[in-house]
Design a protein around this ligand. Structure first.
Ligand SMILES: *Cc1c(COP(=O)(O)O)cnc(C)c1O
Length: 379
């Protein structure tokens, strides 16, 4: 079977995890700070905070930016549900901004229009969460300018974009955002099994995030609300969570991070090859990019052929997948009042889309066989 995405674990990756198993530190341990520092350096960000998964990262990112009941958070409908759910965890409302059908990212023009209406209605978002769909950065400079104008904070959902670049900087540098988050789920660019990371240049935010990931317990003397009386004492100063990454995961992450340039180079090469190989088929290809991390290669076929082509590929053991069913059309969000027709660009894209296999270990032969199947169905 050829899946749409797959991790690649080397002998060195395995050795790194085994070393931790032989050590004293299975859960909290020195490997976590090493992984955080290495990723912060790779992304040119000041701080990195490792967590148990990107969903938890989004949750505490919202909390740290003060999202709560009565607030609104906006995101893209073309994303995994976690990008929206994080606001709901905080008791806030969610709204969406439709996508640009070219980039498949949040549409800056629609964002600007919606903000103008929201200002009139007195219901501006507290936080906007742009999602770098497939590993291609959103237009962060424009979004940051709107953030200044309308007073919202920005969390980049960069789950797809570890290793991507934007305007000459690594994604995760937070040049145009308060916080960026990454996912290390096995289908993403690098993996820790489950895992996530928050990036920020704001030292106060970094402190708060570190505390929220570990039960709200003060991590340093200046966070204490009153002096500690005994050496056994620790002080919970707010309500936090156990969102810690383990030392085992961090060791795997650090080892995978060393391979990131190689992973990205191969993904970009495969994307360039797809672009050439699919040129003469009735397929809308993603915009070419040598800055994207290419987590996904999402094509569009005519809507009336999608089910047939998708089914035939799966019957041929090519495990394509659709990214994404628009979040506002999920049953949970329909119950909140959203429904089909609300965000027509995301819905139109979804009706035609599926993602072709794209991962580091995909061979040229496998890629050619996928293209040959597509050709036989569509040519
Ligand atoms: C994978 C993903 C998440 C959640 O990541 P986990 O690490 O599995 O919690 C969030 N947002 C997007 C866009 C994703 O693709």
């Amino acid at each position: 079977m050829i899946p749409y995405g797959r991790q690649n674990i080397s002998g060195d990756d395995i050795a790194a995890v085994i070393d931790v198993l032989h050590s004293e530190w299975l859960t909290q341990g020195p490997g976590i700070a090493s992984f955080e520092q290495a990723l912060a350096a790779a992304c040119k960000a000041k701080h990195a905070i490792a967590v148990s998964n990107a969903t938890g990262a989004l949750h505490i990112a919202c909390l740290a930016l003060g999202v709560g009941q009565g607030d609104v958070v906006w995101t893209s409908p073309n994303t995994f549900v976690a990008s929206a759910n994080c606001a709901r965890y905080c008791g806030a409302d969610v709204d969406f901004v439709d996508i640009d059908p070219q980039t498949l990212n949040i549409c800056v023009k629609q964002l600007a229009d919606k903000l103008e209406h929201a200002r009139t209605a007195g219901r501006l978002p507290k936080v906007v969460i742009p999602v770098h769909f497939s590993g291609r950065s959103c237009d962060m400079e424009a979004i940051a300018a709107l953030g200044k104008k309308y007073g919202f904070r920005i969390i980049e959902d960069a789950s797809h974009a570890v290793g991507a670049e934007h305007l000459g900087m690594p994604v995760g540098a937070c040049q145009f955002s308060d916080i960026a988050i990454f996912s290390f789920h096995p289908v993403k660019i690098i993996t820790t099994g489950e895992g996530g990371m928050l990036m920020t240049n704001d030292t106060a935010l970094a402190k708060r995030l570190g505390r929220l990931r570990t039960h709200g317990i003060a991590q340093s003397a200046e966070e204490l609300l009153s002096p500690l009386v005994g050496p056994w004492e620790y002080q919970q100063v707010e309500l936090g969570f156990n969102y810690r990454m383990t030392n085992l995961q961090a060791a795997l992450g650090l080892s995978q991070l060393k391979r990131l340039p190689e992973f990205i180079a191969r993904r970009r090469q495969l994307a360039r090859q797809y672009h050439e190989l699919l040129a003469d088929l009735p397929i809308v290809r993603p915009l070419p990019s040598d800055e994207s991390a290419w987590h996904l290669y999402a094509i569009r076929v005519p809507a009336d052929r999608r089910l047939e082509v998708f089914t035939k590929l799966r019957e041929a053991q090519v495990w394509v997948q659709v990214h994404y069913m628009p979040v506002h059309t999920q049953a949970y969000y329909r119950n909140l009042g959203f429904g089909p027709g609300d965000f027509p660009e995301a819905e139109d894209y979804f009706s035609k889309a599926f993602s072709l296999p794209l991962y580091y270990g995909l061979t040229d032969e496998e890629q050619l066989s996928v293209v040959a199947l597509l050709r036989s169905y569509l040519a």
